[in-house]
Design a protein around this ligand. Structure first.
Ligand SMILES: C[S@@+](CC[C@H](N)C(=O)[O-])C[C@H]1O[C@@H](n2cnc3c(N)ncnc32)[C@H](O)[C@@H]1O
Length: 266
């Protein structure tokens, strides 16, 4: 049974305890319900509580658009990101990966591939501080983030890696890739495109990382496999896979985290 204790965010007093008197928010939910968090710990971060908000404008929308909006409205990470000033729910994936693998250090030099709308950059700048250097790239526009240099460009363009290296002005401690191409619905094509992005990110990481550096890339299904996995194992001391709790459970997405770069042999 749901509680009716007074809450700093919700309505107070006996009147608000009656269901019919509880004011609904613009999202159609009771405010004190929307504000509550699940108490179960999650590697230092409590997983935000699931919601059940209905889309009031569903009749005027396409089915797909209604489904997307319903998922956004009911996604506790979307709400948490909004409350904490992150541009994307994806920010919590990097926060969790950092908690698990200790990736972000003060003064780090970091490259963020596929950085729009900027959630990972925000996390990196918060942890890396002003002493580090953070460079991001995306073919989508990213509103400015203090402490981050952003290049609007397709990372697969031939001149993109050199442009990033010039912006960085030296070796990197960490290369992050959250790049994902829009899905086509054709499984084999989508898989090939994802592998191609991860391989291009690794090409760049092997070129730019300082010895001891780390590489994180979004991968799917079985994780890094085949030649990609072999390369990671050859060039890094440790290679692990992780699925942060902030990564949707119905998504095949996961991340490969390779640490202890052995150095560019050329
Ligand atoms: C999941 S989003 C990244 C979210 C980001 N980590 C954050 O926290 O805000 C994936 C991004 O990869 C970008 N992307 C995909 N392919 C790319 C490419 N070839 N070059 C540049 N950006 C690319 C997309 O435009 C998209 O913004």
């Amino acid at each position: 049974m749901e509680r009716r204790k007074s809450s700093s965010k919700g309505p107070k007093g006996p009147k608000s305890a009656k269901k019919s008197n509880i004011a609904k928010t613009a999202l159609g939910a009771e405010p004190e319900k929307r504000g509550r968090k699940k108490s179960a710990p999650m590697g230092g971060e409590a997983k935000p509580r699931e919601l059940n908000v209905h889309v009031k404008t569903a009749k005027r929308r396409e089915y797909g658009s209604t489904l997307w909006l319903k998922r956004q409205l009911n996604d506790p990470y979307v709400r948490k990101a909004k409350a904490e000033g992150y541009r994307s729910r994806a920010a919590y994936k990097l926060i969790e990966l950092d908690q698990k693998f200790g990736l972000l250090k003060s003064g780090s030099r970091i490259v963020d591939l596929g950085c729009a709308p900027g959630g990972w950059c925000q996390v990196a700048v918060k942890k890396g501080g002003k002493r580090g250097k953070i460079v991001g790239i995306d073919y989508l526009s990213v509103p400015a983030i203090s402490g981050v240099e952003i290049l609007k460009k397709d990372f697969l363009d031939e001149d993109a890696p050199d442009a990033l290296k010039e912006m960085l002005g030296g070796g990197a401690d960490l290369v992050l890739s959250d790049m994902a191409a829009p899905t086509t619905g054709h499984k084999a094509t989508d898989h090939l495109r994802i592998v191609a992005l991860a391989e291009a990110a690794l090409d760049f990481a092997e070129d730019v990382l300082a010895p001891g550096g780390a590489f994180v890339s979004k991968v799917f299904a079985g994780g890094a496999e085949g030649e990609l996995l072999a390369r990671l194992k050859r060039n890094f001391e440790t290679v692990k896979h992780a699925k942060p709790k902030a990564s949707r459970s119905d998504s095949a997405e996961k991340y490969v985290v390779a640490a202890g770069f052995r150095g560019n042999k050329e």
